[in-house]
Design a protein around this ligand. Structure first.
Ligand SMILES: NC(=O)c1ccc[n+]([C@@H]2O[C@H](COP(=O)([O-])OP(=O)(O)OC[C@H]3O[C@@H](n4cnc5c(N)ncnc54)[C@H](OP(=O)(O)O)[C@@H]3O)[C@@H](O)[C@H]2O)c1
Length: 245
């Protein structure tokens, strides 16, 4: 039976992952976090389906070292740690079309939400995952964080923060391959998914390419479930494609 910890389980993708896991018979406990509120959706035990899974909610700012340390200490042991926290736009700023609209505060916020949590979770996760026979730390990244795949430019802060996140995960996979060999690490690309984050940018998405959060959750969990040791430290899309860094 699996114990899973999900950061950002109040978001579109995180909530769908939570609900998918809560409907499975092989998941006994889910530690789920929100940051601002759970108002975006009635997730988990309140979502209208019967689940025997023990769901434990915590409020967590995943960019706070102290809060991450305390939360993971309260989690204790887990098999999978899945980080779904992220930010593309906020009330005052969206992704930059050109460098002239670059804004320092937006850049710092992007790094703080898209990259920093993975470093802090990595700092404390080894002790939580290391006794699991199938320990995985996966962070939801984005294909636009791939440097070699960048053909359109723009979105400076989001792209840079996801590229930094990818580098952090790669470093962690190398370190854990030395001192926690059973653990696997992956950056995941979810595909464009209908959520608060993608909502302002959905009109140009080709037909059939906007996934429901439920579909994305099923596909990402399939990738996590079959993550082989040889694939640890890679960037994997929802369909199993290995994305170049
Ligand atoms: N949707 C897409 O098309 C798409 C495409 C590529 C990649 N992604 C990536 O997928 C991930 C999930 O995105 P989404 O579409 O589900 O977005 P979303 O619905 O906006 O959810 C974002 C989540 O991040 C949490 N969060 C924000 N700041 C946080 C902090 N400091 N500490 C802890 N949690 C924090 C939010 O918590 P609260 O709501 O409680 O504040 C929410 O749970 C992100 O990393 C995003 O970059 C999404």
């Amino acid at each position: 039976m699996l114990t899973v910890a999900i950061v950002g389980a109040s978001g579109g993708i995180g909530a769908a992952i939570l609900n998918e896991l809560a409907s499975r018979e092989d998941v006994q406990c889910i530690h789920a976090t929100y940051y601002h509120s759970l108002a975006g959706g009635s997730v988990g035990s309140a979502s209208g389906f019967a689940s025997n899974t023990d769901i434990r909610w915590s409020k967590l700012d995943a960019s706070s070292d102290e809060e991450v340390a305390l939360w993971l200490a309260s989690v204790g042991k887990a098999d999978w740690l899945i980080n779904c926290a992220g930010m593309l736009h906020d009330a005052t700023h969206g992704p930059e079309k050109s460098i002239s609209s670059f804004n320092s505060e937006h850049f710092h916020n992007s790094m703080s939400i898209n990259c920093l949590p993975t470093l802090l979770l990595g700092k404390y996760a080894r002790a939580v995952l290391r006794n699991s026979p199938c320990g995985v730390f996966a962070t939801v990244s984005a294909r636009v964080g791939s440097i070699s795949d960048n053909r359109l430019g723009g979105w400076y802060s989001y792209r840079a923060s996801k590229a930094a996140l990818n580098m952090a995960l790669k470093c962690l996979s190398i370190e854990w391959a030395r001192n926690a060999k059973s653990l696997r690490v992956a950056a995941l690309h979810p595909g464009t998914t209908d959520s608060r984050l993608s909502e302002p940018f959905q009109k140009n998405v080709p037909e059939g390419k906007l996934f429901s959060p439920e579909k994305t959750a099923r596909l990402l969990l399939e990738q996590i479930g079959k993550l082989h040791e040889s694939k640890s430290g890679t960037f994997i899309a929802y369909d199993g494609e290995e994305i170049p860094w």
